[in-house]
Design a protein around this ligand. Structure first.
Ligand code: UT7
Length: 331
């Protein structure tokens, strides 16, 4: 019997309507469009502003799109995983809430937190449930409402992050398409450079933690940048070598959209020309767990059956990794 792999068979995505441009940020903090564009590649991000709306609402929009495209109902989903660090509540999980809103009554579900690497970690996890034969339809989502934990008086972080994400449907494939290999890594000693200081069990919320603005993202950008460039480039070239892929064999790189300079460095190490490097950072900024599924959503139309895609990421934890995926359909 041939090996069962997990192929992506449909995609959905969602970004909120409200745009936060570099010019808007000039009014909030001491920054300017020229600095943000040249240092990050970002021009604008989307912000989920409607009161009462949370990460699960964005998940629901994108999963409904994916179900519509595939012509199936929510009742057919076996498992739904949401990669996020901004769930609606600490518990129950965003995935549980999303399944309720979707009417996915036959699915079990859980959240996975690996910051910017969340989607790749969730994709690998979901793929395993397909590969064992246990499940036939697994939905993997990557979404964050970063505006919920961003300090719009801190120019080190507020210029980078935005809200949004996407979802993919995984189904069994016996022709060699889908998730073919992965290298995933964590190093928790990196937590001091990128974290949220309060709100967890280490420092439960108090008036003092709120006054000290400790419920917002804290990042030492320069240090994270250094680790991100080296590790993302290393792991991406490593997965190419492991699978005997030359730069000609790689159709596209889908890299975490944190900073255009990090992506350019990775692409250079992989010896990829610019047309093979997919980028939408200018429109959405860094949506944390959402960036790679948003690339799938934006660029789906140009994918062809058999395309070799390399996914690469780096984020808080530290967490990082790369996945090699063979695209399964002509879009
Ligand atoms: O997605 C999860 C992982 N995260 C990342 O991968 C993010 C990695 N880090 C980065 O992308 C970059 O480090 C940042 C975009 C956050 C910052 O860019 P940078 O080139 O590393 O800038 P920097 O922090 O070294 O600051 C350079 C200068 C400083 O001024 P001086 O000391 O040279 O006078 C900063 O004070 O730029 C100043 N600066 C700004 N100026 C205008 C810092 N932030 C801003 C700003 N606007 N928003």
């Amino acid at each position: 019997m041939s090996r069962i792999t997990a192929a992506i068979t449909a995609i959905g995505g969602y970004v909120p309507e409200t745009r936060l441009t570099n010019y808007d940020l000039e009014k909030l903090v001491d920054t300017n469009d020229e600095w943000i564009t040249s240092r990050t590649g970002i021009k604008e991000r989307r912000i989920l502003r409607e009161p009462g709306k949370a990460t699960s609402d964005m998940v629901v929009e994108s999963v409904n799109e994916l179900l519509r495209k595939r012509g199936i109902s929510a009742m057919e989903i076996d498992l739904l995983i949401v990669a996020t660090i901004t769930p609606d509540l600490i518990f129950p999980s965003c995935a549980n809430i999303a399944c309720d809103k979707l009417g996915a009554k036959n699915a079990w579900s859980f959240d996975l937190a690996a910051a910017c690497s969340g989607f790749l970690f969730a994709l690998e996890t979901g793929a395993k449930f397909i590969e064992t034969g246990k499940h036939k339809k697994v939905v993997v989502c990557g979404f964050d409402k970063m505006s919920a934990i961003i300090d719009y008086t801190d120019r080190n972080t507020c210029i980078i992050f935005g809200d949004g994400g996407g979802a993919v449907l995984l189904e069994p494939n016996e022709e060699g398409y889908g998730v073919l290999d992965s290298i995933l890594k964590t190093d928790g000693s990196g937590r001091e450079f990128l974290h949220q200081k309060a709100g967890g069990s280490l420092k439960p919320p108090t008036h003092e933690t709120v006054d000290a603005r400790e419920h917002y993202v804290y990042q030492e950008g320069k240090t994270v940048f250094k680790f991100a460039t080296t590790n993302m480039a290393d792991v991406s070239t490593m997965i190419m070598e492991k699978n005997n892929l030359s730069s000609e064999d790689v159709t596209y790189l889908l890299a975490h959209q944190a900073n255009k300079r990090i992506i350019d460095y990775t692409a250079e190490k992989m010896q990829l020309p610019p047309e093979k490097v997919l980028m939408n950072i200018q429109r959405y900024g860094n949506t944390t767990s959402g960036t790679i599924p948003l690339l799938f959503w934006d660029f789906e139309k140009q994918f062809k059956k058999g395309d070799n895609l390399i996914l690469a990421t780096f984020g808080g934890g530290f967490t990082w990794g790369s996945i090699y995926l063979k695209w399964a359909y002509d879009s």
